[in-house]
Design a protein around this ligand. Structure first.
Ligand SMILES: Cc1cc2nc3c(=O)[nH]c(=O)nc-3n(C[C@H](O)[C@H](O)[C@H](O)COP(=O)(O)OP(=O)(O)OC[C@H]3O[C@@H](n4cnc5c(N)ncnc54)[C@H](O)[C@@H]3O)c2cc1C
Length: 496
């Protein structure tokens, strides 16, 4: 019997998850085509001078989403990679010297360095109850029932209850400020938006589910580095017998009667297709591969624009910084300005909020003894082809970031750098072909898209579906994996 030819463009977490999930159906003859030489997409690693730099994600959440990939085939996730809970979750540094640790057990936040008082803790507890309700609502309508728009949500829930259940009328920041008085905790809770690379002032309040996700499902490190997640998934894909072609860049399609019949790689190889799943983001696919006229893509650009990009500076440093924890945030003096520069003004701030990862705090194997691996990742605007940042602007930005870190306690950081690896938005765009170098797919914006991403099913081709950060449920590792699982349920079983 003829099998269904399933071609997946891109072996990021979305593509790999789709491949593993579709492999449960023996009718599927799956080929995974990836332009880079590794599986995992943004889950990428480089080694320099004895340091192992994770070039992509560093925070692992919602392990049950990943477990499902393995249990589906009667396997156990722990046979492929090992997780370790991180404590504290994050350390937060403020310019006035205040330091607050986010602890899984919030009662510990009474103790130094956090020293929160009873009112602060009560507010946080109330906030987490609110966050839990938002998560439960999303879990039903978005994660389990796959709503792709507000109309879909209304099919599952009484429309009159939606505003209350989703805190529909408010932005994320408004949802935080309504419940939290401590100004430092407002900045910290607003910064959970980092998981989806958007602005808390523009994102809908439903995104306030993120703190509950972290507190409830915990924050994890993959032992040996996040690269081991990629390695474990690669081994699993091979065991399942899925055909993989790395170094294969898809640049064209052939089509007939509203279907894609073939995809063609830059070296001229033609792959026949019954079902096409693109882990390449929606806008770049329509622009560069299926080459739709601009007018057809216009509404996608207006509604489903890119999340932020990042300035990912990986440093090998020949000393320790005892005050750091595994995950750290160094906050801007003016939190709102940080976000406005990224999402509204397309400027590089001289005082950004900086996310800093020091993985050797948990795993000394990531660099030479006595050294510190420091990954610095402030979010910055995506590539604007009309007005790209110059080398000089990026270089000035690097100085602002390092000045801020030195001012806030990382004394003589610059003097101790022995090796470095810098990824700017242009590097990210060129490597993964993400839309304008976005790192989390589509932006979550109350006005533009109400927090929804692009639907997975293409409206132009009946046998084309998308997975990954540009479609629902969105960016971040667990959501990219979930998209690959969800797509299986959307594809008609008889599609040949
Ligand atoms: C620096 C950084 C830090 C991050 N931190 C975190 C974090 O701490 N926690 C977290 O959960 N998430 C984090 N993220 C986000 C997370 O990495 C992504 O949301 C997730 O990995 C995206 O998976 P994806 O499948 O959507 O896309 P991708 O990983 O981009 O996969 C798409 C794949 O498609 C391939 N491709 C594209 N076009 C073609 C083509 N034409 N032909 C062939 N192949 C093609 C690309 O090469 C790529 O491998 C971070 C991302 C970055 C860059």
């Amino acid at each position: 019997m003829k099998k269904r030819k399933v071609v997946i463009i891109g072996a990021g977490l979305g593509g790999v998850s789709a491949a593993i999930t579709l492999a449960q159906d023996p009718e599927n003859d799956i080929t995974l085509l990836e332009r880079n030489n590794h599986l995992g997409g943004k889950l990428n690693v480089t080694e320099k001078e004895g340091f192992t730099f994770d070039l992509g994600p560093s925070i692992f959440t919602m392990p049950f989403v990943f477990e499902k990939l393995f249990s589906l085939h009667g396997k156990k996730m722990e046979d492929y990679f090992t997780l370790e809970a991180v404590r504290p979750h994050w350390r937060n540094f403020f310019e006035d010297g205040t330091v607050i640790d986010l602890e899984k057990d919030i009662q510990l936040m009474k103790n130094p360095p956090s020293s929160l008082n009873d009112v602060d803790l009560k507010d946080l507890e109330n906030f987490l109850n609110y966050s839990k309700k938002l998560y439960e609502f999303s879990d039903q309508v978005y994660f389990k029932n796959q709503s792709e728009s507000l109309m879909d949500v209304m099919r599952y829930w009484n429309p009159l209850t939606i505003p209350n259940r989703s805190d529909y009328l408010h932005s994320m920041d408004e949802g935080v400020r309504k419940r939290i008085k401590n100004p430092y905790m407002i900045d910290i809770l607003n910064f959970f938006i980092k998981y989806v690379g958007s602005s808390p002032y523009d994102a809908p309040a439903i995104l306030n589910l993120l703190p509950y996700v972290q507190w409830e499902f915990d924050l994890w490190y993959v032992k040996g580095g996040l690269g081991n997640l990629g390695k474990g998934l690669t081994r699993f894909v091979k065991e399942l017998g899925i055909a993989v072609r790395t170094g294969t860049d898809i640049t064209e399609i052939q089509k007939a009667e509203g279907k894609i019949t073939h995809v063609i790689s830059s070296d001229g190889v033609n792959y026949p297709v019954d079902l096409l799943i693109s882990n390449m983001e929606v806008i770049p696919f329509y622009e560069k591969v299926s080459k739709e006229p601009a007018v057809k893509i216009k509404k996608y650009k207006e509604r489903f624009g890119p999340a932020c990009s990042g300035f990912a500076l990986h440093l090998g440093v020949d000393r320790k910084y005892e005050q750091l924890r595994h995950h750290n945030f160094f906050f801007a003096k003016e939190g709102k300005k940080h976000f406005d520069y990224i999402f509204h003004e397309h400027r590089l701030s001289d005082d950004p909020t900086i996310y800093l990862v020091a993985p050797m705090k948990t795993d000394p194997s990531q660099g030479p003894e006595g050294c510190e691996l420091i990954k610095i990742l402030p979010h910055i605007p995506v590539v604007d082809p009309e007005c790209p940042f110059t080398e000089e602007e990026y270089s000035n930005y690097r100085n602002h970031v390092l000045n801020k870190l030195e001012r806030m306690g990382l004394t003589d950081l610059r003097k101790h750098i022995i090796t470095e690896e810098l990824w700017i938005p242009e590097t990210i765009q060129e490597t993964y072909l993400s839309n304008q170098g976005a790192i989390y797919g589509v932006v979550s914006d109350k006005k533009k898209n109400k927090g929804f991403k692009t639907p997975k099913k293409s409206e132009f081709y009946s046998n084309l579906y998308f997975v990954g950060g540009s479609v629902n449920p969105g960016g971040g590792m667990p959501m990219a994996v979930l998209s690959g699982q969800q797509v299986y349920e959307q594809i008609p079983r008889n599609m040949k």
